[in-house]
Design a protein around this ligand. Sequence first.
Ligand code: NAP
Length: 372
Amino acid sequence: MRKRVVVLGSTGSIGTQTLDVIDQNPDSLEVVGLAAGSNEPLLLEQAARFGVKNLALHNPSPSGLPSGMDAILNLVRHEAVDVVVVSVAGVIGLLPTIAAIEAGKHIALASKEVLVAAGELVMPMLKQNGVTLTPIDSEHSALFQCIQGSRHDQIESLILTASGGPFRGKKRADLLNISVDQALNHPTWRMGGKITIDSATLMNKGLEVIEAKWLFDMRPDQIEVVVHPQSVVHSMVKFRDGSVLGQMGWPDMRMPILYALQYPERVPNNLKPWNPVDTPTLTFEPADDETFSSLRLAKQALEVGGTMPCALNAANEEAANAFLRGEIGFLDIPEVVERTMQQHRPEVPTLENITRVDQESREFARKVQTTV
Ligand SMILES: NC(=O)c1ccc[n+]([C@@H]2O[C@H](COP(=O)([O-])OP(=O)(O)OC[C@H]3O[C@@H](n4cnc5c(N)ncnc54)[C@H](OP(=O)(O)O)[C@@H]3O)[C@@H](O)[C@H]2O)c1
């Protein structure tokens, strides 16, 4: 039986790579639904290529495709769906993730913002509904693979690796006049715009720390970050006997996507396997969360808890996108996030509170942006 897959965010970096993986595995995977934000021409091209009839666009559709959040939720809930790939950029993936859980679909999650804003809400829902969530983020895929067969109490800590982004080794003074093009020039990964900016500020690693907390039920002090510029060791798990297991591979998202879709199987594929002799030097160094204060802010938000990570995420989505549009400077991004966090009074993270805090934090961040 082929797994019937819906891809949310099919026109993006993860979405298009997911379709490549499905294309390469026609015996075990089949795409049955596609959704995007506004890129209708590419969505229609993908639909024709894969013979998919069930489509949804978040923005109004010029050609009359089903559109809006309800259209996306209907796609997810369709009975002829086994797996939902959530790979939209941002917390906009939250409602479809919840709908997929309630409908009992396996979730392959790329949109880390969903767990950052609502991990406390989503994780118990998975348990209640008996739903499996496999992470697509390469670091969390590595951790997920390393802990297979281990008990939770055997895990001492998680070690998340970070490439360090394009500004590794730089100090604040070097970051004053960073252009959008410089920030988009990631040394090892080719990704969508927002996550590439998050990688340059190290907010991406901060979001991943929060994501790891929820996925693996860890205390904040059990999650370490090390900079590993080669992006070959995707992350590591330290066990209580001192053993450390890591997962290695070339920086190619198709590998964690394949694993997330095929779990618990491992299937042969045409991806280039990693060979240790091709990477003789693997280096590790501490992360600089003074220069890259977004990482520090994310850890703070996690310590505070409640809706604080939701406020952090909302402000960061607004600020990163404002930087991409050329409206604010690179160092203004953590400034906007910090000021938004300072005015936020954390609440219990119910869906209602998360939805409101997300909106209010975005509004506040947009106002602050004009003053930084
Ligand atoms: N790229 C990577 O290598 C990578 C690695 C790990 C994790 N992730 C995570 O995966 C997620 C997607 O990243 P990406 O790099 O693939 O982003 P991307 O290239 O910017 O693609 C984003 C996708 O989301 C869709 N989208 C945007 N707004 C939407 C909305 N309101 N409703 C429905 N769909 C919407 C976009 O559709 P349109 O094209 O129509 O705008 C596009 O298909 C992010 O959470 C990111 O952190 C990415």
